[in-house]
Design a protein around this ligand. Structure first.
Ligand code: PA5
Length: 478
């Protein structure tokens, strides 16, 4: 029996959403949100909740079913992960955006913070892990200086199967593997992509690569709980079944349409009202280094899903909330000044941890200097908790909207809950804004312009459009 089979354990690991400091009762009527304004959304909330149910039933939100429908895939992933652990020293993800940020965030959350520096034995026989989520030539070269491609498994991930960055990474690796290994190259590449669309599926088929599929109705930024995130996590020894169990638990919690019982819906409703009141910046501030990259993952999810020019009726709306990544306590010494005294344009989300996985005592010392010695005999755990509480208080006092999501501890179950919570919050906010949260026309524009600039066939018209853009003026370059 797994620990997540126990209802009692699950409840003890339930993440909580504390929105006290969003409310007028706490923060004052001038900036805070009243219960009346939440209640006044009643019809809108009902319509949005109904749309979530209908779209799910119609297969337009396939990501919602991922915690429940991947039994066979999980078995296959676990088998492959174990083979990779036996044979390879390094595992490298080739991908970008939704095909990179989830694997990075989960690895940082659930494995040792210096995982790659551990010995193989300390890593439990798992390979070192890298994500090549850029096309910076210096970074790519640096990667090849520390891995031996002959002992590396590459997992090329792209939902569309055509993203230039990922394809460029693949071409480099492909060439290198062929030179080093001849026909053996195909045992070093696993493809994760759409079953039908794109170039990668064609390449994978022609070269008989081991392939995992991203379900058709699951977009890049909602794909962490598909093989996109599950294979890298399993390879690095993370309990993916527990992660999915956490997501399933949050799915259960989020089934009700009642915002006062559904934390993701309440979170969305409050963000919606905050946006209406001009709070167009959403700061995600984890108080745990392990959750640092959750803020990066969230930033993509929130920005690409909600930053939209048109609503579903085709009217121009220009909506969205700019996500900002911060880290507690580090950014208390960099950004919090702005959050407490700058414009009233932000909602700050604290990501807190109930119980850290370790405790570290601060030794007593410098007894003749009380301003230092008071720290002695406390723990770093107490210090970080106190700093989080203090920052919440500073924001409350300055009448700045803030909310806190707390993970009782960071483990695969709570991380699965968190990912799912943020996905539901995002989708529901999209419904409230009456936009399509699942497309990204602005990203596509940039992708198409890149193809045109580098001469991809079929993009001649786009190239002509780019060539006709206004020429830069010397006088504006100093
Ligand atoms: O969410 C999205 O769809 C995008 O941000 C993609 O994740 C990103 O552009 C990478 O695309 P792909 O996975 O198709 O290579």
């Amino acid at each position: 029996m797994k620990r997540y089979d126990s209802q009692q354990w699950k409840e003890s690991m339930r993440i909580t959403f504390d929105f006290n400091n969003m409310m007028a009762d706490m923060i004052g009527k001038e900036q805070g949100i009243t219960k009346e304004s939440v209640n006044s959304l009643k019809d809108k909330l009902k319509t949005a909740a109904q749309a979530m149910v209908t779209k799910r039933a119609e297969g337009k939100m396939d990501w919602r079913d991922l915690p429940h429908n991947q039994g066979d895939i999980i078995e296959d992933i676990l088998k492959t992960a174990s083979e990779i652990q036996d044979k390879f020293d390094a595992f490298v993800v080739l991908g970008i955006g939704g095909s990179a940020l989830g694997p990075i965030a989960v690895q940082q959350a659930l494995n040792h913070m210096h995982y790659n520096e551990l010995s193989e034995e300390q890593r439990g026989g798992c390979p070192r892990f890298y994500v090549a989520d850029n096309v910076d030539p210096e970074r790519m070269k640096a990667l090849f200086e520390i891995i031996d491609v002959k002992k590396t498994m590459f997992n090329v991930i792209t939902k569309s199967g055509s993203t230039s960055e990922t394809m460029a990474q693949l071409l480099i690796v492909w060439d290198m593997l062929k030179n080093e290994l001849g026909e053996g190259y195909r045992d070093h590449i696993i493809a994760t992509t759409d079953r039908e669309k794109g170039n990668l599926i064609r390449i994978a088929g022609e070269h008989k690569l081991k392939t995992y599929y991203i379900p058709g109705g699951v977009g890049g930024r909602f794909s962490e709980l598909t093989p996109v995130g599950l294979l890298p996590a399993a390879v690095c020894g993370i309990d993916i079944q527990e992660m999915l169990a956490g997501a399933a638990y949050m799915d259960e919690i989020c089934k009700t349409g009642d915002v006062y019982k559904n934390p993701a819906y309440m979170a969305a409703a409050l963000q919606y009202l905050a946006m209406k009141a001009g709070k167009n910046i959403s700061v995600m501030m984890p108080y745990a280094d392990s959750l640092k990259y959750m803020a990066d993952w969230y930033a993509q999810l929130w920005a690409e899903s909600l930053g939209k020019r048109y609503n579903l009726k085709g009217e121009e709306v220009f909506v969205g909330q700019t996500p900002v990544k911060a880290l507690g306590v580090t950014d208390q010494h960099s950004q919090v000044q702005l959050y407490t005294e700058g414009p009233f344009d932000k909602v700050v989300t604290f990501l807190g941890v109930g119980k850290y996985r370790t405790s570290m005592e601060i030794p007593k010392g410098f007894e003749d200097i009380p301003a230092v010695s008071f720290l002695g005999a406390h723990t770093l755990n107490e210090l970080i908790h106190a700093e989080q509480a203090a920052t919440e208080y500073a924001l409350l006092k300055a009448k700045r909207l803030n909310r806190t999501i707390t993970l009782p501890e960071v483990n695969a179950f709570t991380v699965g809950q968190l990912l799912y919570f943020m996905e539901v919050e995002t989708a529901f906010t999209g419904e409230l804004l009456e936009i399509n949260a699942f497309d990204q026309p602005g990203v596509e524009e940039g992708k198409n312009a890149t193809y045109a600039l580098l001469g991809r066939p079929g993009y001649e018209e786009k190239k002509a459009e780019l060539d006709a853009r206004p020429k830069k003026k010397e006088e504006f370059i100093l």
